[in-house]
Ligand binder design. Structure first.
Ligand code: F6P
Length: 496
């Protein structure tokens, strides 16, 4: 696409998935329902106050649809073929980048045809944004599926202010450097004016990769990018710097959050509180209810958690009469081999634990392989005495924040992996290394035995953080920095 014709939207969000799901009724008619993520809640007001549009994939193959409005948001669908879903989404995004960026917990696969598809699809998203954006518009690109879009978009529309936020970790250079296309990805990201990461460590990993692969200088949050680049770059960079023709890109942490107040509000409704009591009763009113809520993903440490719990039951330190673990495992990326293998592994382990330590009246694990509506999730959070988040690596982990936001009663204990981004903020959780099974077992016993006064003191401090730092604050912080870049010298649109 070479046209520089501009569109009418002043604020554009670009993400792999649209914030709406397509539902086909029994009569074959299709409609769209809003998916309940925090991102759309946070950005909705900005979308409505400015001429806003959301660009993304509709979640099914070959959906060629015209733009439409959904609850006041302009939706611009991008179509993917079945082959692109296989190569760009399941392949390069979720079987190359996902395991690589999560510390190679599973081995990443490197296939050149997957990369070609990733480039092609990123170009399609960039073209869609270039057509839709008004002169000087602000465009905010989300996540690892679209890392080439900033550079591709800047190439077509240099008038735009471009932000990028990486929702998952950015790995240390020793791991990142495995990627055959490591330089192209860095160049893709540096097309943005502001690049946001979850943790300070992610931003430093990125800056190190920039220094190693491009030789550009970094200072604090800033990366100096020559306006005219030439490979291999380092020598030329020195000259360009002397002439002063470079632009600065901000690369720093902006830890994401949730719509905390709306979770608390739901938790305070009598219906949800009643449902929480009912859940405990349905579980046989055990003394302790423990809860795990995860996408069924190998990064979440579900098997580590089960191992720790199984050992405590085997050693007689816990019994199924006293404790029940409710494990919600939301189906995810089910056609990717590593996810199929993980499901088998988890379900085998759950079956064994329930078979070995259950009684007719009590099963140690209530395993749910499906999602729940938000009010049921909140009831589960209220019903749970102990919340287990044992991710081996996680960009943030919003489930931990949701649990905390719901506990307006200052009850409940959060066990949180130090490898989840949330542990940077939620320091008064019981922090664990999920690889240390004995450590996880101790934390479980400590959580169960924790005196009420300590539980409340810890929960109060966690709640303060989550309620003060919600997702609107996150988006405001990011957009403020992005806008300040827009007014650095050009005629950017000012968001209202
Ligand atoms: O942040 C991680 C992420 O991949 C998001 O981009 C995505 O919305 C979510 O997890 C669920 O993944 P998927 O879209 O692959 O089902």
């Amino acid at each position: 696409m070479t046209s520089t014709t501009s569109g009418t939207y002043d604020f554009i969000v670009v993400s792999n998935r649209l914030p709406v799901d397509r539902v086909v009724g029994a009569d074959g008619s299709a409609s769209w329902t809003r998916s309940p993520g925090g991102l759309v809640t946070a950005l909705e007001p900005v979308m409505k106050q400015n001429e806003g549009a959301w660009i993304g994939w509709g979640g099914q193959p070959d959906l060629e649809l015209d733009p439409f409005d959904s609850d006041g948001i302009r939706i611009i669908p991008v179509a993917l073929t079945a082959l692109e879903i296989e190569q760009y989404y399941e392949g390069f995004s979720n079987d190359t980048l996902w395991p690589l960026y999560h510390d190679v917990i599973a081995p990443p696969s490197y296939h050149r045809e997957w990369w070609d598809s990733y480039v092609e699809v990123n170009q399609r998203f960039a073209d869609a944004a270039a057509v839709a954006a008004a002169p000087g518009a602000v465009v905010w690109i989300q996540d690892y599926q679209l890392q080439l879009v900033p550079k591709l978009l800047r190439g077509i529309r240099p008038d735009l202010t471009i932000g990028f936020f990486n929702h998952i970790p950015f790995p240390p250079y020793g791991i990142y450097s495995q990627l055959p296309w490591r330089t192209q990805i860095i160049e893709g990201l540096l097309g943005a004016d502001v690049i946001g990461f979850q943790r300070v460590a992610d931003a430093s990993n990125f800056q190190r990769a920039v220094r190693r692969l491009k030789g550009y200088a970094t200072k604090g949050y800033q990366v100096e990018v020559p306006i005219v680049d030439a490979s291999p770059g380092v020598r030329v960079y020195g000259e360009i710097k002397r002439q002063g023709s470079f632009r600065t890109v901000v690369a720093r942490a902006f830890p994401i959050s949730i719509d905390s107040a709306s979770f608390e509000e739901l938790a305070r409704t009598p219906e949800v509180q009643e449902r929480a009591k009912q859940i405990r009763a349905e579980l046989g009113n055990p003394r302790t209810v423990m809860l795990g809520v995860d996408r069924l993903d190998y990064t979440k440490g579900i098997t580590h958690r089960l191992k720790a719990y199984g050992e405590l039951l085997a050693e007689g330190k816990l019994s199924s009469e006293d404790v029940t673990l409710v494990q919600v495992a939301n189906p995810s990326r089910e056609r990717v081999q590593a996810y199929m293998a993980l499901r088998d592994d988890i379900e085998l382990t759950v079956g064994r634990i329930n078979g070995d330590y259950g009684t007719i009246a009590h099963v140690p694990i209530s395993y749910q392989h499906h999602g729940f509506p938000r009010d049921e999730m909140v009831a589960l959070y209220l019903a749970a005495d102990v919340m287990l988040v044992t991710a081996l690596r996680d960009g943030m982990n919003l489930v931990a924040k949701e649990y905390v936001a719901c506990r307006f009663d200052d009850g409940g204990v959060l066990i949180l992996s130090e490898f989840a981004g949330a542990s940077d903020e939620l320091k008064r959780a019981l922090l664990v290394n999920p690889h240390d099974i004995d450590g996880v077992k101790e934390a479980i016993l400590q959580a169960i035995a924790m005196p009420k006064s300590e539980r409340s003191a810890r929960m109060r401090s966690l709640r303060k953080r989550v309620l003060e730092h919600d997702v609107s604050r996150w988006s405001r912080d990011f957009l403020d920095v992005l806008e300040s870049r827009a007014h650095h010298g050009s005629e950017g649109h000012r968001l209202s």
